[in-house]
Design a protein around this ligand. Structure first.
Ligand SMILES: *Cc1c(COP(=O)(O)O)cnc(C)c1O
Length: 385
C-alpha cells in the first residue's frame, strides 16, 4: 500500500532521543523542550512558542487565554477536523459554524461578513482593570461571540487581511487553528502569527511529527508566560506544591521534543518535497473530473495533504484501495456530527456537504519515491479512461 501521510524519520531523531535516554532527561524538564520551542519560534517568526502535548490541548488553552468562556459562541468553519470544535466545547462554549468556499474549502468570508453585519450587535463592558471592552453579540439570543477561529485547512489560508479587518471591526480575538499549516505563509507572514494565538500539531500525519505534540504561538510575553504556567499545573514554586489556578498537565515531554528538534532540522526539505509532489499531481491530473484545492493570491501553502475535488468519489476510492493506493475522504461537516447538530450553521448553498461528498486525499508523504508518486497518478488516470 502506498501510504497517505506517514512520518519521515530520517534525520537526527535517534541521536537526540538516545541523548535523552542516556542522560535520564526523558520527562517534563530537559533542554530539548526549550530548544524545540526556540526552533519553532525562529522558523515561524512568532515571538514565543510554548510546547504542549498535542494540537488539541494547544487549541483548548489558547481559546481559554483568549478569553472564551462558558456560554460564548466561537466562529469556526464547518469543514475542519473535529478537534477544533471539541476544544471550543471543553470551555462550555459552542461552535458557530460558517460554510466554506467551494474552491478553497476554507471559511467563506462573504458569508461570515454578511452574518456579522446582519445578525450581530456591539456591547461595551468593563474588565477587572476598569478598561472598556467591546464585544459582538447575536441579535436573537444576546449570546457573546468569544472568538473567531480560522482553520488553515490542508495548509491553505483565507485572505488574512480581510479576516483580520473583520476581527477588528467586530472585536473578535483571533485564535488560529494553524495545526496543519507549519510552513504556510500569507504575504510572507507565517500561519499562526496573525491572531493573538496560533497553534501547531505534530501528530503522526502532520508535516513534521513528534508522535504526538503541539505548540502555542503568540507575540505576547505575558500570554506566553500564562500558557506555559497553565500547561504545567499552574505551579508557583519549584519546591512547594503551591498552585494559583486550575492548570493542566499539558506539557510536551523532553523525549518527544527531541524528536521535534530533529524534525525541524528537516522541515525545509520536507516542504520542498511536498511542493514537488503537489506540482506533479496538479500537472498530471487536473481535468474536467478532477480539481485541486484553489490557492488564492498572497498564500504560499505548505502543500501538506494533496486533496482533490473529484467526480465519482466513492468508486474512485474503491479503485485506489484495490490498487494499493491509500486515500481518505474529507471530514464529515461539523454540523452533521451528533454533538454539534444543534449549533448554528450559516450557509447559503450547503457547500460543506459537497466538499465532503467530492473530496479525497491521496498519498502525500515526503518519503514517497518518484515511482510511487507516478503510480498514484497512473492509477487515478486509469480510473477516468
Ligand atoms: C491535527 C489537527 C488538530 C489536532 O491536533 P492533535 O495534535 O491531533 O491534537 C486540530 N485541528 C486540525 C484542523 C487538525 O488537522
Amino acid at each position: 500500500m502506498i501510504p497517505l501521510s506517514i512520518p519521515n524519520i530520517s534525520g537526527n531523531e535517534w541521536k537526540y532521543v538516545k541523548d535523552c535516554l542516556d542522560t535520564g532527561w526523558i520527562s517534563s524538564v530537559g533542554s530539548y523542550v526549550n530548544l524545540f520551542e526556540e526552533k519553532v519560534a525562529e522558523f515561524t517568526g512568532a515571538k514565543y512558542a510554548v510546547a504542549a502535548m498535542n494540537g488539541t490541548a494547544a487549541l483548548h488553552l489558547s481559546l481559554q487565554l483568549a478569553g472564551v468562556r462558558q456560554g460564548d459562541l466561537v466562529i469556526v468553519p464547518d469543514i475542519t477536523f473535529v478537534a477544533s470544535c471539541n476544544a471550543i466545547a471543553y470551555l462550555g462554549a459552542e461552535p458557530l459554524l460558517i460554510d466554506v468556499d467551494p474552491l478553497t474549502w476554507q471559511m467563506d468570508l462573504d458569508i461570515l461578513e454578511e452574518f456579522l453585519d446582519q445578525k450581530s450587535f456591539t456591547v461595551g463592558s468593563y474588565d477587572e482593570s476598569g478598561n472598556e471592552v467591546l464585544s459582538s453579540h447575536i441579535k436573537d439570543t444576546g449570546r457573546r461571540i468569544g472568538a473567531i477561529m480560522p482553520v488553515h485547512v490542508l495548509g491553505n489560508m483565507v485572505d488574512m487581511d480581510r479576516l483580520m479587518a473583520l476581527s477588528e471591526k467586530y472585536h473578535l480575538p483571533v485564535v488560529e487553528d494553524s495545526t496543519e499549516a507549519l510552513g504556510s505563509y500569507y504575504k510572507g507572514k507565517h500561519a499562526g502569527t496573525f491572531g493573538i494565538f496560533g497553534t501547531l500539531s505534530f501528530n503522526g500525519n502532520k508535516i513534521i511529527s513528534t508522535g504526538g505534540g503541539g505548540m502555542i504561538l503568540t507575540n505576547d510575553a505575558n500570554l506566553a508566560k500564562k500558557a506555559k504556567h497553565l500547561t504545567t499545573q499552574a505551579k508557583t514554586d519549584p519546591f512547594e506544591y503551591d498552585h494559583d489556578a486550575i492548570g493542566y498537565n499539558y506539557r510536551l515531554v523532553n523525549i518527544l521534543a527531541a524528536v521535534g528538534v530533529a524534525q525541524m532540522e528537516q522541515l525545509p526539505g520536507f516542504l520542498k518535497r511536498k511542493k514537488e509532489i503537489d506540482a506533479y499531481y496538479r500537472n498530471e491530473l487536473e481535468s474536467e473530473n478532477l480539481k485541486f484545492q484553489k490557492v488564492t493570491d498572497g498564500v504560499e501553502p505548505n502543500n501538506w495533504l494533496h486533496t482533490m475535488w473529484v467526480e465519482h468519489q466513492r468508486p474512485l476510492i474503491e479503485h485506489l484501495l484495490k490498487n494499493e493506493v491509500q486515500c481518505r475522504p474529507f471530514w464529515v461537516p461539523m454540523h452533521q456530527l451528533e454533538m454539534f447538530k444543534s449549533c448554528t450553521f450559516v450557509s447559503e448553498k450547503q457547500i460543506s456537504e459537497q466538499v465532503y461528498r467530492h473530496c479525497i486525499s491521496i498519498p502525500s508523504s515526503t518519503g514517497l519515491t518518484d515511482d510511487q508518486v507516478h503510480k498514484v497518478a497512473e492509477v487515478i488516470k486509469a480510473f477516468y479512461i
